[in-house]
Write a protein that binds this ligand. Structure first.
Ligand SMILES: [Zn+2]
Length: 387
């Protein structure tokens, strides 16, 4: 009876096919109550919100919590064109809810890909049928054009407004018990590279002739991401996140990371902390050469890729910040469940002590990751992650 009262149907039209279909909100209630009962039986008394909160605040949870960076996998699983899901906040929320109903992970990472902020700033973006959207040609052809750029209102700018809608839906459905990280992707360096063009920005940085103008572009990009981050929290996100892979050592020297990306990341963390907002910082690839700076941004969560030395980053982060990751997304896509179990067991042995650890993929999961592999990840946390 409770389930019937808590559910309602929404009729949506797929603008691509013209077909109508129903989405049911609230249907997860019975499933999550059952999941809570099952987990309580396993001796894990915390709910997901409490478990993640403990890990982020460097307190000891009942077990290692789990996140899924699965926006592509969740969208693919709907059977709808991903281009449709990533442009529609209601569809995106339902995709993430469907995935949560199946896997019961502790943290939902919500986003629609790495072109959201760029599009909101006015860039052309291509929405693809079977992968995340990509930004087209740069918005500015010279650094002097930065002065003409304005920070758009995320409640009006597409697709930010749709991700805000998805955040509100997820918050209403699960926000009292599951941690929602509504991602303000992209970070200052990544967004700057899109707006200016990757090659052009790298050349600007290499020549260093217009340092002040580069900082002005990065400053603009940071203000865009910060404004969006605050709106995501207003709509119910428990934390937010920036992706900064362009700033990582795989693409940029540590010296240039310190000179250009780091000051903006630090300032963004500090500004959001003044509003009580928790920020994750995500740098793909091997971050060994910047682990101290990465931690010193002050971001409460660092999202770590599998290429980073887990011992080195743990030594730098211990009692200072929470680590999220770092299972190889290639293994998640192409490995076997027992291989994923072994990788999780190994990482849990290194990162579990002293808390500050959320187990998950090291980056975004591909669209077609076998469900058995995701279950293996979740079950490894239950099997090896007890405190
Ligand atoms: Zn990544």
């Amino acid at each position: 009876m409770v389930v019937l009262c808590a559910s309602y149907l929404l009729l949506l039209e797929c603008s691509r096919t013209g077909n109508y279909f129903f989405y049911e909100y609230g249907a997860g209630l019975a499933i999550r109550l059952e999941k809570d009962r099952m987990l309580a039986k396993k001796g894990f008394p915390m709910n997901s919100l409490e478990r993640i909160g403990a890990a982020i605040h460097l307190q000891i949870p009942d077990r290692v919590p789990v996140d899924l960076h699965n926006f592509q996998t969740a969208a693919f699983a709907t059977g709808l064109p991903m281009s449709e899901v990533f442009r529609n906040g209601a569809l995106l929320a339902e995709a993430m809810l469907q995935a949560w109903r199946e896997f019961g992970h502790d943290m939902i990472l919500l986003e629609n890909g790495t072109a959201c902020n760029a599009q909101a700033c006015g860039m052309e973006v291509i929405y693809q049928k079977d992968s995340a959207p990509v930004a087209e040609k740069p918005l500015i052809s010279s650094l002097v054009e930065v002065v003409g750029l304005e920070v758009r209102d995320p409640y009006k700018a597409f697709p930010m407004c749709e991700i805000l809608k998805a955040t509100r839906i997820l918050s209403k459905e699960l926000g009292d018990r599951v941690w929602i990280c509504a991602r303000a992707d992209q970070g200052p360096m990544d967004l700057a590279a899109q707006l200016r063009g990757m090659d052009a920005l790298m050349m600007d940085i290499a020549t260093g002739e217009e340092e002040e103008a580069i900082h002005a572009l990065l400053d603009y990009a940071r203000r865009v991401a910060t404004r969006y981050a605050l709106a995501l929290i207003e709509c119910g996100g428990h934390s937010t996140s920036i992706g900064e892979p362009i700033g990582g050592p795989d693409l940029m020297s540590p010296r240039h990371y310190r000179q250009y990306a780091w000051p903006q990341e630090k300032r963004m963390v500090d500004e959001l902390k003044q509003h009580g907002v928790i920020l994750h910082n995500h740098i793909c690839g091997k971050t060994d050469r910047i682990v101290e700076e990465f931690v010193a941004t002050g971001a409460q969560v660092l999202e770590i890729d599998h290429k980073t030395d887990p011992h080195k980053i743990k030594d730098a982060a211990r009692n200072r910040t929470c680590l999220l990751g770092a299972i190889d997304t290639g293994l998640m896509a192409f490995g076997k469940p027992d291989e994923i179990d072994a990788a999780c067991k190994n990482l849990i042995e290194i990162w579990k002590p002293d808390s500050g650890f959320i187990l998950g993929p090291g980056c975004a999961l591909a669209p077609q990751v076998p469900a058995a592999n995701i279950h293996a990840l979740i079950e490894a946390a239950e099997r090896y992650g007890r405190y």
